[in-house]
Write a protein of this length. Structure first.
Length: 391
C-alpha cells in the first residue's frame, strides 16, 4: 500500500482521489467579486485533506466574475469577446489568490487551462491525464478551468457548457474516487425549494433516469453559467466513468472534509461501474461523440444482459451526422443513457437500414460493412447486467 494510502486510511478518508468543483456563486458569496474569506476556508479544508494523503484537483469558476470586478463592469455584459476579455483579466487574479492562500499551507499549485478540443482526441486525452496524474504524484494541487480566452463554447453554454461538465471530464481523466460539485444549493430536491415549501432534498440517486432529469429544473444562478440541469449532466458523465458524485452547498461547515470522510450531505449519485480501463473512460466521456442512437428494449437487453452486438433491427432513431468509425451515444426509448460505441455505419446509411434485418443491409445500401451496427468489442456500457434484468 502506498504511504499516502496509509495516511488517508488513518485519517478516516473514504475517498482519497478527489475532484472538487467550486461554483462562481460559492466563490463570490453572492457578491460581484471573489470573496477571499470564503476561498480561504475552502483552501484550508483542501490543505487539511492534502496533509492526510488525499490527491485533489480543483475545477474553479470565478474568472469572469473577478475580471468584471477588476474592470468595474457592474452590469451583465452581452457578447463573447468582452466576456473573453473579462476571463483573461480575471484568470490571473483568480490564480494569484489561490497561489497565495495555498502557499500559507506550504502547498504548491499549478494551473491547467483545457478546451474540449484538447482532450477530444485519444492522444490529447492521455497527455492531459498523464500530466494531471504526475502533478498529483508530486503533491501539487492543480487548478483547472476552461480556456475561455480561446474557447467560445463554454461562454456560449454549449458543448462543455460550464465548469460542472468540465469537472466531470476531469474526474473521468484522473479516475477520481469522488467528484464534489459545490455551489450555493444543498442538492437535488423533489421540487424547486424556492417555490414549494414541501420540497424535500433527495439524499441518494442510485441511477440517473428520465425522472431525475425532469426534476433538474434549470435555475442558473445570477453569476454562474450552470444550473441543476448541467450538474445532473455532469453527474451522468462522471458516474458512467465509475466516479461517485455529490452536489452540496459549499458554505456548509467543513463540507469538503466531511464528504471525504463519507458523511451523507447533499445529494449523492452512485457510480454505475466499478472500474473502467482508459479506453472505455475516454469513450464514455462523450468528448468525441458525434451522434446518438435510440434503440428498442429488445436491443437494449441484448447488449446489456447478453453481451451481444447492436444490430440494425434494434435501432429506432438516428440523431446527428456522423461517419463510419465515429463514436455514438446509445439511449433506450425511455431516454436512459446506456453507453456508447464505435459505429460501423454512417448516419446516412443507418437512416436507411434502421429497423431492418441484417440480411437486408446489402440490398438496401448496395454495400455491406457487416451485420453489426456497433460490435460488442466496441461498446462501452454504463448499465449493469442486474439492472437490465429488472427492466
Amino acid at each position: 500500500m502506498h504511504k499516502d494510502d496509509n495516511r488517508a486510511q488513518a485519517a478516516g478518508l473514504c475517498y482519497r482521489r478527489l475532484v472538487i468543483k467550486f461554483g462562481t456563486s460559492l466563490l463570490t458569496g453572492g457578491a460581484d467579486h471573489l470573496d477571499e474569506g470564503v476561498m480561504s476556508d475552502l483552501v484550508r479544508q483542501v490543505a487539511e485533506l492534502h496533509r492526510q494523503g488525499a490527491e485533489i484537483v480543483i475545477v474553479s469558476s470565478g474568472a469572469i466574475a473577478a475580471g468584471r470586478h477588476k474592470l468595474a463592469l457592474t452590469r451583465q455584459v452581452k457578447g463573447i469577446p468582452l466576456k473573453q476579455v473579462m476571463a483573461s483579466v480575471g484568470q490571473s487574479r483568480l490564480m494569484n489568490t489561490y497561489e497565495r492562500l495555498f502557499a500559507g499551507h506550504g502547498i504548491t499549485v499549478a494551473q491547467a487551462l483545457l478546451t474540449k478540443r484538447d482532450i477530444a482526441a485519444r492522444s490529447g486525452y492521455l497527455n492531459a491525464r498523464n500530466t494531471l496524474l504526475a502533478l498529483m504524484e508530486l503533491g501539487v494541487v492543480t487548478i483547472v478551468n476552461e480556456n475561455d480566452v480561446v474557447c467560445v463554447d463554454e461562454i456560449k453554454e454549449a458543448k462543455f457548457g460550464d465548469n460542472d461538465n468540465l469537472s466531470a471530464m476531469v474526474a473521468n481523466l484522473v479516475d477520481a474516487d469522488m467528484l464534489m460539485i459545490l455551489s450555493d444549493i444543498d442538492g437535488l430536491y423533489t421540487a424547486d425549494p424556492h417555490l414549494d415549501p414541501q420540497a424535500k432534498l433527495i439524499p441518494l440517486v442510485p441511477r440517473i433516469d428520465a425522472s431525475i432529469r425532469r426534476l433538474a429544473a434549470n435555475t442558473a444562478g445570477k453569476l454562474g453559467t450552470g444550473g441543476m440541469i448541467t450538474k445532473i449532466q455532469a453527474a451522468q458523465v462522471a458516474t458512467a466513468s465509475g466516479v461517485r458524485v455529490v452536489i452540496a452547498r459549499g458554505r456548509e461547515p467543513d463540507i469538503i472534509i466531511r464528504l471525504a470522510r463519507g458523511e451523507a450531505i447533499g445529494t449523492h449519485f452512485l457510480p454505475q461501474v466499478d472500474h473502467l480501463e482508459s479506453r472505455q473512460r475516454w469513450m464514455l466521456s462523450g468528448l468525441s461523440t458525434r451522434g446518438k442512437l435510440i434503440i428498442d428494449r429488445g436491443a437494449a437487453d441484448a447488449i446489456i444482459r447478453d453481451n451481444r452486438s447492436l444490430l440494425a433491427a434494434g435501432v429506432k432513431i438516428v440523431e446527428g451526422k456522423f461517419g463510419r468509425g465515429d463514436i455514438v451515444a446509445i439511449h433506450d426509448t425511455e431516454g436512459n443513457y446506456l453507453g456508447c460505441g464505435i459505429s460501423n455505419y454512417s448516419s446516412g446509411d443507418l437512416n436507411i437500414i434502421k429497423g431492418a434485418r441484417s440480411s437486408r443491409i446489402a440490398g438496401l445500401l448496395g454495400a455491406d460493412y457487416g451485420p453489426e451496427v456497433v460490435h460488442r468489442n466496441n461498446l462501452a456500457l454504463v448499465e449493469r447486467e442486474d439492472a437490465s434484468a429488472n427492466r
